[in-house]
Ligand binder design. Structure first.
Ligand code: SAM
Ligand code: SF4
Ligand code: SF4
Length: 393
């Protein structure tokens, strides 16, 4: 029996009768603000909800060698899928030039992502360029990268030498059968674990492992994962399965709320709540407790990212730069602002900085909060949320 079939109305019906719309997520850009007014860089911009701009996520490729069903389902991202041509991608020099203007506006942390960022050729060259940037106060940036880990064993040393300090590896379970099913390309779990070890050996610090929890698919892997990483120096974080993009066929009944993740771990391994390490942190932290019920730093911690059950939009200080240079203000956005055309039409650094500042000042996004309040506006016909593999996670 075929695994999926294309419907007549631009949809795909999978075996479980999940209906996945066939869409091109790339819509015309939003207009850029008029630049003639200029923008005062002496005051860092706050958005419409008074949130500063401190984090930038940069997607360096829309391609990936995995086909996680919650992100790039095979039925949509098949051999006919139109990925961006190379000329559409921002070059490393373009990325660094735009990043410099974000840093002037208060960005202190940059996360490289994708698609699979380690597929981008010579990614370490970009890391070295970004590592050379300084904040207006002369501080180096906090540079990190999220990867599926498949190429990490090969790349870890070069990434570290280029100036990468931290890394996050996505891993949805330890059971090889489940893991191969979830990446949907039959990739073995042992190779990702080898990548994590290589990252530790290369001296990358604060290594995090992200596990997307899908109820009924890999929630039985929560405890084995917690046991495996306890005391390893690696921080495991559980992410609620999100309704990003328009292709993963998301259903609320497949979301396991973080509170349940914590209570399942608590039942076997005592945890105590920890304070947030930084403002705007997405994860709630829990420390493993010793026999006296006190946090034991040797045992380490876990985190939960509760984007569905407990929105954290009020502290959201993140901007996203897509692979082709579109600035997105929210993970659930439909349209972005085309910074690449500004760049390629000869805009000055001051113009780019001005555009970024003005766009940020107009930002009002709070999708998850509105979802929680049941107040999401209806999506305009023909407009779909951008895919995570394009915008970056
Ligand atoms: N390919 C890299 C990876 O998997 O780490 C980087 C890009 S991926 C889009 C970034 C993160 O988004 C990963 O940790 C992934 O697990 C997470 N992610 C993707 N789709 C998701 C979804 N529907 N819900 C929650 N997290 C998701
Ligand atoms: Fe690829 Fe990462 Fe998306 Fe999985 S989550 S398909 S590894 S981009
Ligand atoms: Fe930020 Fe949008 Fe996520 Fe809210 S929904 S936390 S605004 S990215």
């Amino acid at each position: 029996m075929p695994r999926s079939g294309r419907g007549s109305s631009g949809t795909i019906h999978t075996m479980s009768e999940r209906v996945i719309p066939l869409v091109d997520q790339r819509h015309p850009s939003l207009p850029l603000p008029p630049l003639s007014a200029g923008h005062d860089l002496s005051a860092l911009p706050l958005d419409g909800l008074r949130r500063p701009l401190t984090d930038l996520r940069i997607s360096v490729t829309d391609r990936c060698n995995f086909r996680c069903s919650y992100c790039m389902p095979k039925e949509v991202f098949d051999k006919d899928y139109a990925y961006l041509p190379h000329s559409h991608l921002l070059s490393f020099e373009e990325i660094t030039r735009i990043a410099r203007q974000f840093v002037a506006h208060g960005v202190q942390k940059i996360r490289l992502t994708g698609g699979e960022p380690l597929l981008r050729k010579n990614i370490e060259v970009l890391i070295a360029q970004l590592a050379a940037l300084r904040t207006p106060e002369g501080q180096a940036l906090d540079i990190t990268l999220t990867t599926n880990g498949s190429l990490l064993a090969r790349k870890a040393q070069a990434l570290k030498e280029a100036g990468l300090q931290r890394i996050t590896v996505s891993l949805d379970g330890l059971d090889d059968v489940i893991f191969r099913q979830m990446n949907d390309v039959d990739f073995p779990v042992q190779d990702v674990l080898g990548g994590i070890e290589a990252a530790q050996a290369a001296g990358l610090s604060h290594i995090k492992v992200n596990m997307v929890v899908k109820r009924g698919t890999n929630d039985h892997e929560i405890l084995p994962m917690a046991r495996h990483f306890q005391g390893s120096g690696v921080t495991l974080r559980f992410i609620e399965y999100m309704d990003v993009g328009a292709t993963n066929g998301w259903r609320m009944d497949e979301v396991l709320p973080s509170a349940q993740v914590i209570s399942r771990i608590q039942a076997a391994m005592p945890l105590v709540p920890l304070a947030a390490a930084a403002a705007g942190e997405t994860a709630q932290r829990w420390g493993y407790a010793d026999a006296r019920g006190q946090y034991d730093p040797q045992l380490g911690e876990v985190g939960v990212i509760s984007s569905v059950s407990q929105a954290f939009c009020r502290d959201c200080n993140r901007a996203r730069l897509s692979t082709e240079g579109q600035l997105y203000l929210c993970l659930f956005a439909v349209q972005g602002h085309d910074l690449r055309s500004l760049l390629r039409e000869g805009a000055s650094d001051a113009d780019i900085a001005s555009a970024i500042g003005l766009i940020w000042q107009q930002r009002e996004d709070r999708y998850s909060e509105l979802r929680g309040l049941n107040q999401l506006p209806a999506t305009e016909p023909g407009k779909k949320r951008v895919e995570m593999s394009y915008i970056g996670g």
